[in-house]
Write a protein that binds this ligand. Structure first.
Ligand code: ATR
Length: 274
């Protein structure tokens, strides 16, 4: 019997997850199907129940349902608990287990695909919404020297920083607070580009050799990457690798086997270019 998986979102037609997981399944010889399902904005829980009743084994969850998925689970991984959001569900009898693979996907892309070690680095995270919160715990696990969370609304960044205070120095506020400071890694987790807005970053924010990472992606450089390049970032990357790596983490959770990601990433990159 072919095992069924899906991704829930609204909208969902644009999702690359079916392509990614179908390629993973073929390369690891796993007998599964993976489809994109549009859940009504007020009907996420019902959509999940229907999918489980129809024999679904697991699901990914994307915008705008990650927080609702978190509340729906009766067991959570530590990283999902701390993220306050779930992007991967595993169905087992009456149990709905929730995990969040976004941060692990980001860290894997940065460290494995881009060859950039987090250890001892000064990290700046731009944004304090759901996307930012989802990646903080795995970022801190990489043992950076420090993490600063900068946000347009500083109180949200301060609240997040206090939530994750621990062995690594974590601070938060608005960008004015980092004036004169530079960072080795700057990650854009804001949704500014969706409205065509640019993000204000103080001069000198990019240290020599720094990496600018945009969690968004598109055809060619994203607006953040272009801005980062002009402000002196040594290396820039978009979030396509994160998308593929978070999917690989989910696939591993479901199937117990880690798929190869470089060939899938290269295929998606080629598709984006046309
Ligand atoms: P997501 O789930 O994508 O993180 P979100 O929770 O709505 O979405 O968070 C969006 C983030 O992008 C927030 O940090 C938001 O800043 P505010 O908290 O001040 O609203 C940030 N953001 C959105 N538009 C922005 C802009 N034009 N400039 C700077 N930050 C922006």
């Amino acid at each position: 019997m072919t095992d069924r998986y899906c991704v829930f979102g609204n909208p969902i037609a644009h999702s690359k997850s079916p392509t990614i997981h179908t390629l993973f399944a073929a390369s690891t010889q796993q007998d599964l199907s993976y489809e994109a399902l549009l859940a009504p904005l007020d009907g996420f829980a019902d959509a999940v129940c229907d999918f489980v009743a129809a024999g679904g084994r697991g699901a990914n969850v994307t915008v705008p349902f990650k927080e609702e998925a978190y509340r729906l689970c009766n067991r959570l991984s530590q990283r999902a608990e701390r993220a306050g959001a779930v992007n991967t569900l595993v169905f087992d009898g009456n149990e709905i287990f929730g995990d969040n693979t976004d941060g692990a996907g980001l860290v894997r892309d940065i460290t494995c695909n881009l060859g950039f070690s987090l250890a001892g680095k000064r990290v700046l995270l731009l944004g304090a919404g759901g996307a930012a919160r989802g990646v903080i715990l795995p970022l801190l696990a990489g043992q950076p020297a420090s993490l600063f969370i900068a946000n347009r609304s500083p109180e949200k960044a301060e609240a997040l920083a206090s939530l994750f205070a621990g062995s690594v120095t974590v601070d938060g506020g608005n960008v004015a607070k980092i004036s004169g400071k530079s960072f080795d890694l700057v990650i854009n987790a804001t949704s500014a580009s969706l409205s065509g807005a640019s993000i204000s970053m103080p001069a000198g924010v990019f240290a020599p050799g720094s990496l600018a990472y945009d969690m968004r992606y598109g055809q060619g450089d994203t607006p953040f990457m272009a801005q980062a390049r002009s402000q002196g970032a040594a290396q820039c990357a978009d979030g396509l690798g994160m998308l593929v790596e978070q999917a690989a983490e989910a696939f591993m959770l479901w199937r117990g086997v880690r798929p190869e990601t470089p060939i899938v990433l290269a295929g998606l990159r080629a598709q984006l270019a046309v």
